[in-house]
Write a protein that binds this ligand. Structure first.
Ligand code: HEM
Length: 430
C-alpha cells in the first residue's frame, strides 16, 4: 500500500471504497479512520469538531517551518483568535475590493495568450492565481512586482520538503527527520526575508489600506492588541499557500474537463454571450453566470483540489459504534465522497446541470470541496468568485484543446494536481 501510495495516493482505493461509509486501517503505528458518509463527516467536522479540530501531526510538522503559528495548522485559542482576524479580511464581503483585481489579471492572461499557439494550462493557471493572490495580499503594485520572487520562494520550500506522499506522511513517526533538514531552514529563511521586506514596504505603500497585509497590520485581537509582525507574516504565508495552488488546480482541471465535453463548453459559451456579450465581467454579473458557476462546482466535485482532510482525535471518541482512541487520525476524503456511489447519480460523469438552480442541492456533508464546519475554508467565496470570473474572461476569448496524445491523470500530493502539466493548444474564438 505504501509503495503504491508513494506513486499516487489515490490508487490505494479500490472500487469498493466508493461504497463504504466508514473505513479503518492501520498504517505503521497509527490507526486511521476514514469518514465516508454524511453522519460520520458531520460527527467529526461539525457536531464534535472540538474533539477533532487539530490537524494531523505530520501535516503540522511539514508546514510548521513555513507557517509558524498561522491559522491553517493551529488549533485551540490561537486558531480561534486568528480565524476571528483573518476570516473577515478574506471574506466574501471584501469581494468588491478584490473582484476587479481578479478580472484585471485574467485580462492580462488573455493578452499573454494572444500570440501563443500552445500553453501548459496548469502553469498558466498557477501564474494567474499567483498574480491575483499576491496583488490581494500585498497590494496591486507591490504584489505584481514581487509575485515571481514569492512563487519561487514557496516552490523552493516545496522542493526541499520533497514530494511527500500522503499515506506515509500520515503514518510516519512525528520526528521523521526528512522534514527538518538544513535545506528546509535555508528555504524558510529565504521566504521570511522576502515576506519581511514586502511587509515593511507595504506598511508605507499608498494602497496599504486595500491590501490584506495592511488590514492585518491594522487588526487587533479581542484584547485590543496588535498582531506581532511574525504573526502578520505567518498569516500572509497561510493565505498565499491556501489560496494559490487550490484555485490554480481547480481552473486547470476545468479546462481539461471542458476540452473533453463539447456540449458543456457550448452551453458555457452561450451563457457568456447572453450575459456579457463580449465585455469583461464584474462582480455584479455573478448571479447571472449560473452555468459558469455550475461548471466550476462540478469540476470541484470531480477533482477536489484538497482531496484529503486529516485530523487528530484529541480525546477518546466514537464514530458510529467504533472506538476512536485519542491520537488516532480521522480523515475525510473529498475524492471518495464526491464520487460516492450511494450519493451521486453517474458519479464519474461531468454534469454541471446537477448544480443548476432547481436540481436537488447536494448534502453539505457529502459535497465538501471547501471542507465543512468551523474550519471551513476562510476563502470560500474568494476562491469560487475568482474561478468563475477567470473562466468567464478567458472562455469568452479562447477555447483550449488537449494536445493529441496527452494523458492527464490525477496525482495526489497535498493538493490534487493534473500531473505536472496540461499541454493544450489555444484557439482564439471568433
Ligand atoms: C478553489 C479554491 C479553494 C479550495 C478548493 C479551498 C479548499 C480549502 C479546504 C478544503 C480547506 C480546509 C483544509 C483542511 O481542513 O485541512 C481550506 C482552508 C483554508 N482556506 Fe481554502 N480553498 C480555496 C481557496 C482559498 C482562497 C482563495 C483563500 C484565501 C484567499 C483560502 C484560504 C483558506 C484558509 C485561510 C484556510 C484555513 C482555514 C482554517 O483552518 O480555519 N482558500 N481551503
Amino acid at each position: 500500500m505504501l509503495r503504491r501510495s508513494r506513486k499516487n495516493f489515490l490508487t490505494i482505493f479500490s472500487e469498493s471504497a466508493f461504497n463504504y461509509e466508514l473505513m479503518s486501517l492501520q498504517v505503521l503505528n497509527r490507526r486511521i479512520f476514514i469518514c465516508n458518509s454524511p453522519d460520520t463527516v458531520r460527527h467529526a467536522f461539525v457536531a464534535e469538531n472540538a474533539h477533532f479540530e487539530r490537524k494531523a501531526p505530520q501535516m503540522r510538522n511539514a508546514l510548521k517551518p513555513l507557517l509558524g503559528d498561522g491559522l491553517f495548522i493551529s488549533d485551540g485559542e490561537t486558531w480561534r483568535s486568528r480565524r476571528r482576524i483573518v476570516g473577515p479580511i478574506v471574506h466574501g464581503a471584501r469581494l468588491p475590493q478584490f473582484a476587479p483585481i481578479m478580472v484585471e489579471a485574467a485580462l492580462e492572461t488573455c493578452n499573454r495568450w494572444a500570440d501563443r499557439p500552445r500553453i501548459d494550462a496548469l502553469a498558466e493557471m498557477a501564474h494567474l492565481t499567483a498574480e491575483i493572490i499576491c496583488r490581494t495580499i500585498f497590494g496591486r503594485s507591490l504584489g505584481h512586482e514581487k509575485a515571481g520572487e514569492i512563487v519561487e520562494g514557496f516552490s523552493d520550500y516545496q522542493r526541499s520538503v520533497g514530494q511527500v506522499d500522503v499515506l506515509s506522511l500520515l503514518g510516519m513517526p512525528e520526528w521523521f527527520p526528512r522534514l527538518h533538514g538544513p535545506a528546509i531552514h535555508r528555504s524558510v529563511r529565504r521566504i521570511t526575508a522576502i515576506l519581511d521586506g514586502i511587509i515593511e514596504a507595504c506598511d508605507s505603500a499608498p494602497d496599504r489600506a486595500d491590501s490584506v497585509i495592511g488590514m492585518l497590520l491594522d487588526s487587533t485581537d479581542e484584547h485590543g492588541g496588535r498582531l506581532p509582525r511574525d504573526a502578520v507574516r505567518n498569516e500572509a504565508a497561510v493565505i498565499f499557500m491556501a489560496g494559490h495552488e487550490t484555485t490554480a488546480n481547480c481552473l486547470a482541471w476545468t479546462w481539461y474537463l471542458l476540452s473533453q465535453a463539447p456540449d458543456v463548453e457550448a452551453r458555457l459559451h452561450a451563457e457568456l454571450a447572453a450575459v456579457l456579450d463580449g465585455r469583461a465581467p464584474n462582480q455584479a454579473d455573478l448571479p447571472a453566470l449560473v452555468y459558469t458557476r455550475a461548471v466550476i462546482e462540478e469540476s470541484l466535485r470531480l477533482y477536489p483540489p484538497v482531496p484529503l482532510l486529516a485530523r487528530e482525535a484529541l480525546v477518546d471518541e466514537k464514530l458510529r459504534s467504533r472506538e476512536v482512541r485519542a491520537g488516532s487520525l480521522v480523515i475525510v476524503v473529498p475524492w471518495l465522497l464526491h464520487r460516492h456511489r450511494k450519493h451521486w447519480e453517474n458519479p464519474d460523469h461531468f454534469m454541471p446541470e446537477r448544480f443548476m438552480p432547481g436540481a436537488p442541492t447536494p448534502d453539505k456533508h457529502v459535497y465538501v470541496p471547501f471542507s465543512v464546519g468551523p474550519r471551513v475554508c476562510a476563502g470560500l467565496s474568494f476562491g469560487l468568485t475568482e474561478a468563475v470570473l477567470c473562466l468567464a474572461v478567458l472562455a469568452q476569448s479562447f477555447r483550449l484543446r488537449l494536445e493529441p496524445g496527452a494523458v492527464i491523470e490525477p496525482v495526489c500530493r497535498l493538493t490534487l494536481r493534473p500531473g505536472d502539466s496540461v499541454p493544450m493548444t489555444v484557439e482564439r474564438r471568433k
